[in-house]
Design a protein around this ligand. Structure first.
Ligand code: AKG
Length: 299
C-alpha cells in the first residue's frame, strides 16, 4: 500500500457552472515509439488516433467457458449479491455490475496478471500499472438497462482524483456481443477532447450513478457535436474478443431487450506514475472498491 501523493494542478476542470471543452493535455500512448509488447506499431498508432483497439480473440473459447462458469457462480452466490460491491438494477433487482472482481474471484485475479492483458496495458501506459477498478457488467436479456454516454476519466478525475489521462480499460466479452444486445459504443477520436460537465457532485453520488449516471453527464448539445464530428462505432464480437479503450473516450451502451445476455468483464489499469490524489471535484473519494487507493503494481 502506498500513500496518495499531493494534489497537483487541475488540467481538466469539470463540475463547474458550465460545460467546458479542454483539449487533451496528455499523450494517448505513453511508451517510447518501438517499445516492445503485444501491440504492433500500427495497432498503437490506430489506438492513438481512434482511442481504441479491438482484438478478435484475446482469450480462447475454453478459457471463456471457465470465466463464464465463474460469472454464473458469482451472480448466483447470495453472499456476493449481498455485498456492497454488487450493484442491482433499480427495476428488476437483478445484478447489474459486480465491482472488484479481481479481488472477489481468484479466476478473475489470474486474468488481470495474464501477459496478454497486463503487457498490453503496460505498453499503452509506458510504465508499471495497478488496477484502478474492475467490474463485470452483467447485462442479462429482457430489459437490462444501458450505460448513458460518458467519459470514464471525467468521473475518475472528479471523484477519484486521477490527475492525468494515463489510464486504460479493457472490456473482454464473456458472451457474444451482437449488434442488438447492448454492446459498447465509442465515438472514435473523442478521447482527444476533455468535456468538463456542469453541475456540482452530490454527496455519495456513486450510490446513484452506478445505477443511473446524472452528475458527469454531457449535455445533448455536446453529445450531438461529438457524434457529428466523430461518428459512433459499435463493438461486436464473439465471447473472448476484447476492446481496449482510452480513459477519455466518449462511450456508453444501450439497454438489452433481446433474450441474449451480454456480459463483459472490464479491467481498468492506471499507471503507477498517475496515482490517485484527492478528488478534483467531489467532497470525498469514492470507496476503494470503485476507485483503488492501493497503488501496488500488478506483477
Ligand atoms: C461503464 O461501465 O462505464 C460503461 O460504460 C459500460 C458500458 C458497457 O457495459 O458496455
Amino acid at each position: 500500500m502506498t500513500t496518495a501523493p499531493e494534489r497537483t494542478a487541475d488540467l481538466y476542470p469539470t463540475r463547474g457552472e458550465t460545460e467546458v471543452a479542454t483539449p487533451r493535455q496528455d499523450p494517448v500512448v505513453w511508451s517510447e515509439p518501438g517499445a516492445s509488447g503485444p501491440f504492433s506499431g500500427e495497432e498503437l498508432s490506430s489506438f492513438e488516433r481512434n482511442g481504441f483497439a479491438a482484438i478478435d480473440q484475446l482469450i480462447t473459447p475454453e478459457e471463456v467457458g471457465r470465466f463464464r462458469a465463474e460469472l454464473d457462480r458469482l451472480v448466483t452466490d447470495p453472499t456476493v449479491r449481498a455485498d456492497e460491491r454488487s450493484i442491482v438494477e433499480p427495476g428488476s433487482g437483478e445484478i447489474r455490475s459486480v465491482f472488484e472482481v479481481h479481488k472477489i474471484s481468484q479466476v478473475f485475479a489470474e486474468l488481470v496478471r495474464d501477459p496478454r492483458v497486463l503487457d498490453r496495458a503496460r505498453q499503452i501506459l509506458g510504465s508499471d500499472v495497478y488496477v484502478h477498478q474492475s467490474r463485470i457488467n452483467v447485462k442479462p436479456g429482457f430489459g437490462a438497462s444501458g450505460f448513458y454516454w460518458h467519459s470514464d476519466f471525467e468521473t475518475w478525475h472528479a471523484e477519484d482524483g486521477l490527475p492525468r489521462m494515463r489510464t486504460v480499460s479493457v472490456s473482454i466479452a464473456l458472451t457474444e456481443n451482437y449488434d442488438t444486445n447492448g454492446g459498447l459504443m465509442i465515438m472514435p477520436g473523442s478521447h482527444l477532447t476533455f468535456l468538463g460537465c456542469s453541475g456540482e457532485t452530490p454527496k455519495d453520488n456513486y450510490k446513484k450513478s452506478l445505477q443511473m449516471q446524472d452528475a458527469g453527464t454531457p449535455s445533448d448539445g455536446a453529445l450531438t457535436r461529438f457524434a457529428d464530428e466523430h461518428g459512433i462505432r459499435l463493438f461486436t464480437g464473439k465471447a473472448g474478443s476484447a476492446t481496449w479503450f482510452d480513459c477519455n473516450c466518449m462511450h456508453g451502451s444501450g439497454d438489452n431487450i433481446t433474450p441474449y445476455p451480454r456480459s463483459n468483464v472490464f479491467i481498468v489499469f492506471n499507471s503507477v506514475e498517475n496515482a490517485a490524489v484527492e478528488p478534483f471535484a467531489a467532497p470525498v473519494p469514492r470507496p476503494e472498491f470503485i476507485g483503488a487507493r492501493d497503488f501496488t503494481p500488478v506483477r
